[in-house]
Ligand binder design. Structure first.
Ligand code: GAR
Length: 208
């Protein structure tokens, strides 16, 4: 049975689109069961609906960028109603708290446009440029409670060029995000990810 994924989004949803495309083409054994957003205007909601995927705006009921209280319960209940086995944060710009995380313990992933643990938070491509790093990248990790923290599943590295702008670097990283997030989801759905001592081990595939 394919893995049922619930995806939380806030904006344009290009990572969502890459996951939808790869599950529609059966490149990954995954079904996007539901898409939830804290932003009624999120283009990601339209992308999901276009493909016939259930997509809802759920009011976060908080002016601060966190998900707590009754709103957090609403997210949990909706994910459960859709029988999701995995929750993926894909550009969900709100801090998720303990209740949601423990409901989906080691069943929640996030993608972040830096080589964690470097450059957590917002505007991280600019932070990488300002720092002068030679390499940047993207990280998919399990969500454990620290913001942009938790055991790392996959990373992809891109070079940083001297004439890069925030936009050119973001585009280069985003291409890698679109590649590695579906791979991480596929590994999860095939039960290949094991966590020991807060580290992720990817089981051998034995020529599968
Ligand atoms: C992506 O670059 C994602 O890594 C980032 O938001 C963007 C969403 O783009 N997420 C974070 O910064 C989380 N800390 P998308 O809506 O086109 O997928």
């Amino acid at each position: 049975m394919s893995c049922r994924v619930g995806i939380l989004v806030s904006g344009r949803g290009s990572n969502l689109q890459s996951i939808i495309d790869k599950s529609e083409s059966s490149e990954i054994d995954t079904e996007v069961a539901v898409v939830l957003s804290d932003n009624p205007e999120a283009y990601a909601l339209q992308r999901a609906k276009k493909t016939g995927i259930k997509a809802y705006y759920i009011d976060p009921e908080n002016s601060k960028p966190i998900l707590t209280g009754k709103a957090e319960d609403n997210y949990i209940n909706t994910l459960k109603e859709h029988n999701v086995n995995l929750v993926c944060l894909a550009g969900f710009m709100r801090i998720v708290k303990e209740k949601l995380i423990s409901e989906f313990k080691w069943k929640m992933m996030n993608i972040h446009p830096s080589l964690l643990p470097s450059f957590k938070g917002l505007n991280v491509q600019k932070k990488a440029l300002d720092y002068g790093v030679r390499f940047a990248g993207a990280t998919v990790h399990f969500v454990s409670g620290d913001v942009d923290g938790g055991p790392i599943i996959l990373q992809a590295v891109v070079p940083v060029y001297q004439d890069d702008t925030e936009e050119s670097l973001s585009d280069r990283i985003l291409k890698e995000e679109h590649r590695i997030y579906p791979v991480a989801i596929d590994l999860f759905s095939r039960n290949k990810l094991k966590i020991r001592n807060n580290k992720v081990f990817i089981e051998e595939t034995n020529g599968e």
